[in-house]
Design a protein around this ligand. Structure first.
Ligand code: C2E
Ligand code: MG
Ligand code: MG
Ligand code: MG
Length: 282
């Protein structure tokens, strides 16, 4: 709801391009101080086993608690963070905060619990050694690479250069798993699925939204699931909002689901309470 309200307010106050540009500049400026002012917060949304509805892992989703604007959606500020280079420090913060939470949840709820972390293309494609830092941070917390899943998007693999390919290999060596986010919305070139070692496909919400028996979205989802399984990948459906969608996906053999039907993204302490209540199924 906050997201919708934010977006309406946005368009209401941006009658001209100039105002929009000014607004972006202001927001970028505010973004520079946001880390230090501790305005970022991680929300977590469960990824569940579709058949049982039980919690398998969680996706970390960043929120910006802006002192004047309220909660700003990542859709509105991640692009600004990328354009300004701030994404590197923000990404580092996201990773560290995620690692601390997964450490706690592995300790208190399930020793194999995982947290899935989003990486925008610019973060992933950077040349310097982010992963060395990541790995030593995990090590310092006594965590194996298997505690973390990295979510990247198709576009990154389509024009993968040596840096990207090497990073994927490094992740693999460290035991960190990789998920392809928003699958099906990108470039529909499938050759990279055999070229790179991917663990999960996340079927984009735009397919889940209009699922109905015999619909074209059902046919596409069916095909994605069959293909993924033949390639040894597991499938997560995004944006599951209704029991009908859940049932159709489960019948098609989809492994996991994520969406408002199960739970909205929530503050970490609340997610902790959910884990205590419902437990974890691996
Ligand atoms: P995403 O990675 O595809 O994350 C899923 C988005 O779908 C989240 O939006 C989530 O709140 C939303 N969602 C989950 N279930 C449902 C549902 O049933 N219905 C609908 N309509 N939406 C659902 P959110 O949290 O606003 O994040 C938007 C995007 O921002 C993410 O898409 C991801 O690309 C990016 N993002 C979020 N956190 C981070 C971060 O820490 N780092 C980076 N680089 N990007 C992030
Ligand atoms: Mg994601
Ligand atoms: Mg997604
Ligand atoms: Mg998305």
């Amino acid at each position: 709801a906050a997201k919708g309200a934010g977006r309406n307010r946005y368009s209401y106050f941006t009658p001209t391009l100039q105002v929009a540009a000014l607004n972006r500049m202001r927001l970028t400026n505010d973004l520079r101080g946001a880390l230090k002012a501790e305005q970022f917060e991680l929300y977590f949304q469960p990824i569940v086993h579709l058949k049982s509805g039980r919690i398998h892992k969680a996706e970390a989703l960043i929120r910006w608690n802006h002192p004047q604007r309220g909660v700003v959606s990542p859709m509105d500020f991640i692009p600004l963070a990328e354009a300004s280079g701030l994404i590197i420090d923000i990404g580092e913060w996201v990773f560290r905060a995620s690692a601390r939470w997964v450490q706690r949840w592995r300790h208190e709820h399930h020793p194999e619990f995982q947290v899935s972390v989003n990486q925008s293309p610019l973060e992933f494609a950077r040349e310097d050694g982010a992963y060395d830092t990541w790995l030593s941070y995990l090590q310092a917390l006594g965590l194996p690479g298997q505690s973390v899943v990295v979510e990247i998007t198709e576009g990154l693999l389509l024009d993968a250069n040596a840096t990207v390919s090497n990073k994927l290999l490094q992740l693999r060596d460290a035991g960190i798993q990789v998920a392809l986010d928003d699958f099906g919305t990108g470039y529909s070139s499938l050759s990279y699925l055999k070229k790179f070692d991917i663990d999960y496909l996340k079927i984009d919400r735009s397919f889940t939204r209009n699922l109905a028996p015999d619909s074209s979205d059902m046919a596409l989802s069916d095909a994605i699931i069959v293909m993924a399984h033949k390639l040894g990948l597991r499938v997560i459906a995004e944006g599951v909002e209704t029991p009908e969608q859940r049932d159709l996906l489960a019948a098609a053999g989809c492994d996991y689901g994520q969406g408002y039907l199960f739970a909205r993204p929530m503050p970490a302490e609340q997610f902790d309470a959910l884990l205590r209540e419902q437990g974890v199924q691996r």
